[in-house]
Ligand binder design. Structure first.
Ligand code: HEM
Length: 210
């Protein structure tokens, strides 16, 4: 019975997640290329400088649309409750793998929920700052945007990218190397009973109760 897998993500959740993931990585690579002349060679990975320039805002639209979908699809599971607040207080034990001292997680632990909310906020900032840089002449009846505003948007865009990039490194590490079996859930949709019992015991119990 223990070998039976538990469904974790539907097909559409996985498609949305990978649309977010692929577009974000594309945006990071092309954005990094524009950030310094020494990194401009990175644009050759996507067909050259002008192609990268044209595709970056379009990938931004794909990222924003898929992030909005992800937000509404996962919102119901992402509220922080009292158990999550205890989890956050015990985060050092989680980092040290001191499992007995960490409150049991539901479908997502509090760290994952905080990541979800952080990406939602950063996503909004990428969109606002990105669109103003893309269409300084004005869009949807707003604007035109003057040089000082565009420059400020550029600064905010870079700063949130650094934060988002660092969060992504932690997210990918936790979802792959740190906790084997996690990536499988996002690739083919299900996880093992033992993985669920170890990482999300409250969720596994709820799944088993009628
Ligand atoms: C590109 C490489 C990425 C990999 C390898 C990856 C991997 C994963 C995996 C394995 C999960 C499932 C975790 C679980 O079952 O508990 C997951 C969940 C999630 N992913 Fe990703 N992901 C990537 C990119 C992204 C990006 C760019 C975002 C958002 C901007 C994102 C947002 C999320 C969120 C909000 C969740 C649910 C909560 C969480 O597990 O943190 N992912 N990801």
């Amino acid at each position: 019975m223990n070998s039976q897998r538990i469904p974790r993500f539907t097909f559409s959740e996985r498609v949305i997640h990978w649309a977010v993931g692929a577009s974000f990585v594309f945006l990071l690579v092309t954005g990094l290329a524009f950030s310094h002349p020494r990194l401009y060679w990175l644009t050759y990975l996507v067909g050259g400088g002008s192609t990268a320039r044209a595709l970056h805002p379009l990938a931004g639209i794909l990222f924003s649309v898929s992030l909005i979908l992800m937000f509404f699809v996962w919102l119901k599971d992402m509220g922080l409750d009292s158990q999550d607040r205890k989890w956050l207080k015990a985060i050092m034990h989680y980092i040290k793998h001191d499992r007995d001292k960490v409150p049991e997680a539901g479908k997502y632990n509090a760290g994952q929920k905080v990541f979800f909310w952080s990406m939602a906020l950063l996503g909004l900032l990428y969109l606002i700052t990105g669109v103003i840089m893309w269409k300084p002449e004005g869009i949807l009846g707003l604007g035109p945007f003057y040089g000082s505003i565009v420059n400020f948007m550029r600064l905010v865009h870079y700063l949130v990218t650094v934060v988002g990039g660092l969060l992504l490194i932690v997210h990918v590490y936790l979802g792959t190397a740190a906790y084997p079996g996690t990536l499988g859930g996002m690739l083919h949709g299900s996880v093992t009973q033992s993985w669920a019992a170890l990482h999300h015991p409250r969720w596994r119990r709820d799944k088993r109760s009628p």
